[in-house]
Design a protein around this ligand. Structure first.
Ligand code: ACM
Length: 692
């Protein structure tokens, strides 16, 4: 994929729309602010020259992504000949944003104007998307006038390279596509329990040991008995990898040429099993394979983190350094004498404040070195560090709270922007971690809320898709999960809401999928999308509809759906347990409800659906008991089913229904988890039907 962002690069446009005669202007993603098609076409060839008044580094940057020999510096651009592309850096008649541009395609010339080279680059990306390929390899560009600029400054993609390592060539290939769709931040999740991925000269064990493991597939490594161990680099069969500092510099150069800022993430204080296996003295237990969190009471922890960040800061020029901050298990700190001493010395009232203390210290360190701190929304617990920016992933709450308190936020809510979730009916897909985030859902997101003040709205820095990789072992599957949903994120981040229209976007995304396929990517075949779970589309009529339900064991408050009405409201769930329709049970490991039908009723069947999503520990029940009663006290059992829960398959639905003929007033439905796996039980409706 070398040079695949080549600019006027017919290589880019050539195979764009083979077989689709008139795509042209409709196919630009993200949709520009103003776009008007005029008469005629400009013929773009591989050798079409680009004349520009850019100079120095900016000129070199442009050359780096253009067809060799095509870029020429010209002081007086009015002298540019017909049949060329003119790229003019100018302050007049251009959008305010340095990423914005004005584009005028006429039959004899393409003129791109912007106040900065970023805008010229994005104008060229638009030109490439406007082209319609001809059989001779040239490309016809519909004469068009465009004025365009981004809605948000931060338009990001997060790549998890810890759970499964991705080569630098693969990262570059994804940056090519990011640039094409005007995404400008690559957040790279370089460290996590599954492997450390960046060379730190001061701590060689991070890459000689903590970057390698005996199993290639994360799931095998994570779940096997005695798993989650690391091994020395070079051990036969060792899986892993890391970027040398030279690799990082190469990636940074590549990113800069494409106007992408790479933001490194170094996880702390949690998700650090790999560090603590290599340097166990930094954990509360002092032993390897015991903790995932650094010991915050230990000064050596801060010495380590600051030394690591010093090398990271030396490498990465980004304004922001991401320090993770998510999902800490704070319990070990409660029992650790050093952590307790720290809390006493610093007057910290709980372990939330202890985490906040650590984050705050890292912020001071970063600020002293001219950088800013970015972290997952948990960094707000125990008090947000004064200059921090919050990345809101557990829904929007963290981000909303951050902007209300004067902090910047990047919105990455999981239910819209987690690209490791299923994008289509899970039964039709390779195993994913769970969830259901189809293209339309991602596209529907708007990070700015009606009740925000203008000041708060201005603190919404932008949006980002996150692609965790526990269940994504291969490059092909990685791209399959990434595209085309990343294109929806690009449009959410760039385009004004008034310009958004899902049906239109979907058509453009179909074209983009063709382009991606033609350029060696492996996108999800959007045209074959199955869509929502049919049962979720309309309410179901049945005898228990609206009837009161007594919970003999409680539902979980986080997955309460419609509360005590949920199992008899006629509303069925979609493909994910977190859609607010499925009800979840984990305490006492069981579902146990009694429905009062109000009077003795003739019954022909009693059934319910259950879901398995092994990643998030949702399992099919080990036992189901269906029984009925006349008085609500004495029940007679109609059906009992047993099953041995297992992590396989990763995703499944099962229906457990009794059918027959009986008369009763009360229906009881019980389902329990297996002892071995435990986990969640989820169901969406207890369906009671009359005899046929
Ligand atoms: C996260 O998904 N733990 C940020």
């Amino acid at each position: 994929m070398k040079n695949s962002t080549l600019i006027p690069g017919l290589m880019l446009c050539a195979s764009l729309c083979v077989g689709s005669p008139l795509l042209q202007a409709q196919s630009v993603i993200p949709i520009p602010l103003k776009m008007e098609q005029t008469a005629g076409t400009f013929l773009l060839k591989k050798t079409t020259p680009l004349y520009t008044n850019l100079q120095g580094e900016e000129l070199e940057r442009l050359k780096a992504t253009a067809e060799p020999g095509t870029v020429k510096h010209l002081k007086n651009l009015s002298k540019a000949p017909a049949g060329c592309i003119v790229l003019e850096k100018t302050e007049t008649g251009v959008p305010q944003s340095p990423e914005g541009y004005a584009l005028n395609v006429s039959p004899d010339k393409v003129l791109v104007q912007s106040r900065a080279d970023a805008g010229l680059f994005y104008g060229l990306q638009t030109v490439c998307q406007l082209g319609e390929a001809k059989p001779d390899g040239s490309s016809a560009i519909a004469a068009t006038q465009i004025t365009d600029e981004p809605r948000f400054q931060y338009r990001g993609f997060m790549m998890d390279v810890s759970r499964h390592f991705r080569t630098k060539e693969f990262v570059k290939k994804q940056m090519d596509a990011m640039a094409r769709f005007k995404l400008n931040r690559l957040h790279i999740h370089l460290t996590d329990g599954a492997g450390w991925r960046i060379e730190i000269k001061k701590y060689p064990q991070l890459t000689q040991f903590a970057a390698w493991r005996p199993d290639a597939v994360w799931k095998d490594w994570w779940f096997k008995e005695n798993g989650r161990k690391y091994c020395e680099e070079g051990t036969p069969g060792a899986y892993g990898g890391y970027y040398t500092q030279e690799d990082i510099r190469e990636l940074l150069d590549y990113a800069a040429d494409r106007h992408i800022t790479i933001i490194p993430e170094i996880e702390m204080p949690a998700h650090s099993e790999e560090v603590l296996a290599a340097y166990p003295e930094l954990s509360c237990s002092g032993e390897p394979y015991k903790n995932a969190e650094f010991c915050i009471g230990n000064e050596q922890t801060f010495e380590f983190l600051e030394n690591v960040l010093t090398e990271v800061i030396d490498l990465f020029p980004s304004e922001y350094i991401h320090i993770g901050g998510d999902e800490a298990n704070k319990n070990p700190w409660k029992a650790c004498p050093k952590c307790q001493q720290r809390m006493k010395d610093e007057g910290l009232k709980d372990v939330d404040e202890l985490q906040s203390y650590a984050i705050h210290r890292m912020e001071v360190f970063l600020n002293e070195h001219g950088r800013k701190l970015l972290g997952w929304d948990e960094i707000m617990e125990g008090g947000l560090a004064p200059n921090a920016t919050v990345m809101s992933w557990r829904g929007e709450e963290g981000g909303l709270k951050a902007v209300r308190s004067g902090h910047r936020a990047v919105m990455t809510p999981a239910e819209f922007f987690y690209l490791d979730y299923y994008q289509d009916a899970p039964i039709s897909q390779p195993e994913a971690i769970g969830g259901y985030v189809p293209l339309e859902k991602t596209y529907s997101y708007d990070p700015v809320k009606a009740d925000m003040t203008p000041e708060e709205a201005a603190l919404v820095y932008g949006v980002q898709a996150n692609q965790w990789a526990e269940y994504i072992p291969t490059d092909e599957y990685y791209e399959y999960m990434m595209y085309p949903r990343l294109l929806a994120v690009a449009e959410v981040g760039w385009s004004q809401p008034s310009r958004k229209d899902f049906a239109d976007f979907r058509n453009r995304a179909l074209t983009a999928v063709e382009w991606l396929n033609a350029h060696g990517y492996h996108p999800f075949p959007l045209k074959d999308e199955v869509g929502h779970r049919p049962e979720s589309r309309e309410p179901i009529q049945h005898l228990a509809l609206g009837k009161p339900v007594t919970y003999n064991a409680p539902f979980n408050e986080s997955y309460k759906a419609a509360g005590d009405k949920s199992l008899t409201d006629g509303i069925r769930g979609d493909w994910t347990y977190s859609d607010g329709r499925w009800q979840g049970f984990i305490s006492r490991n069981r579902l146990d409800v009694t429905i009062d039908l109000g009077e003795a009723t003739e019954i022909g069947s009693i059934g319910a659906d259950f879901m398995q999503a092994a990643g998030p520990e949702v399992f099919l029940p080990a036992e189901v008991i269906i029984s009925v009663s006349d008085d609500g006290q004495n029940f007679s059992e109609l059906k009992r089913v047993t099953h041995t829960p297992s992590r396989e398959p990763g995703f499944a639905f099962v229906n457990h229904t009794w059918t027959g003929k009986t008369t009763a007033r009360y229906v009881r439905y019980q389902a329990r988890s297996g002892k071995e796996l435990g986990g969640w039980i989820f169901t969406d409706e207890i369906v009671v039907l009359p005899p046929q």
